[in-house]
Design a protein around this ligand. Sequence first.
Ligand code: GMT
Length: 373
Amino acid sequence: MNIGITCYPTYGGSGIVATELGLELANRGHNVHFITYSNPIRLDPGVPRIRYHEVEVANYPLFQYPPYCLALASRMMEVADDYQLDLLHVHYAIPHSISAMLAQQMIAPKRRLPFITTLHGTDITLVGADASYFPITKFSIEQSNGVTSISEDLKRQTIEVFGIQNEIRVINNFINCDLYQPDAEKHGAVAYAPGGEKLLIHVSNFRPVKRTLDCIRIFAEVRKSVPAHLLMVGDGPDRPAAEHLSRELKLERHVSFLGKQSHVERLIPLAHVLLMPSEMESFGLVALEAMACGVVPVATHVGGVPEVITDGESGYMETVGDLTAQAQRAIALLTDEALHQRMAAAGRARARDRFSTERIIPQYELYYEEMLR
Ligand code: GMT
């Protein structure tokens, strides 16, 4: 198949899922065309059967807001025409679905071009439910030829919030278990923990919904009982406040802010515990990445997270903001080797058995075939 994929290339889990989906589809012999405003962060150059088409947004003094949505629609239509795309698959409803709908209408005199929208979370729970975006988000979902959701919880919320009647197919996020592997020796950890300290890790876009500051406070509690170091991976609006808090709590020597990283599969396996204290997660991709690497997530009981983590088996889920409970879980894992090993193995097994690329990618392929019929 010739597949056009559009996503946010630089920020957030939806872009990561879209990029990794494109890579997996190309691996399975499909031609994948990324149509975005910059090269997706986890897409290395030179991958066979993958092309990248940049969307240029011309600016004029008249435009207070350059019309990205329209530039994207034009580029989608051109690429669909030039490369005989069978379908467009857009990740995150706003504004990608509307651009795809316009591209579909522009090419309609020549042929049919179905488009699929995959809902990831904040496009529904935050952005889409904002009054100014509500009608257009509802419309874009209703106009999509196919709609998928990355968890049952997000599907439920979409129906509840928007009163959507179309079928929404749940296709869970996935993980490449050959790429995301445990590292029993944790050799590279010495760069951060030269004294053999335990490593904790947090990976996010540092938006308020991730409660990044909670990580620092949880870590402060952990360090009262266990010599440990915290890796903070990613960047975003709350990073300066998190750095400030770590200085205030005199933790700056024990916390490394590493910024955006394109190969988290090399960093996550160095850690013992992942902190994911989020206010909301419709899936929590990083928890799955951690589980695949034998790193135990200490997370919050929100949204789709219970579909990913089995509480007490492959990770822990506590109430949002209950920092003591999250710190206690982390301390237990860092001080009880047998407990850590048991849960790490259970997490890896769950990632492999429930969410491996081998299980999930064929579900997308089947869905594409349905859309083409
Ligand atoms: O988590 C974010 O803030 C980014 C956001 C996105 O749309 O890029 O992530 C959402 O999609 C991820 C991939 O499907 C999910 O793993 C995240 O749980 C979801 N985030 C939220 O629901 C807050």
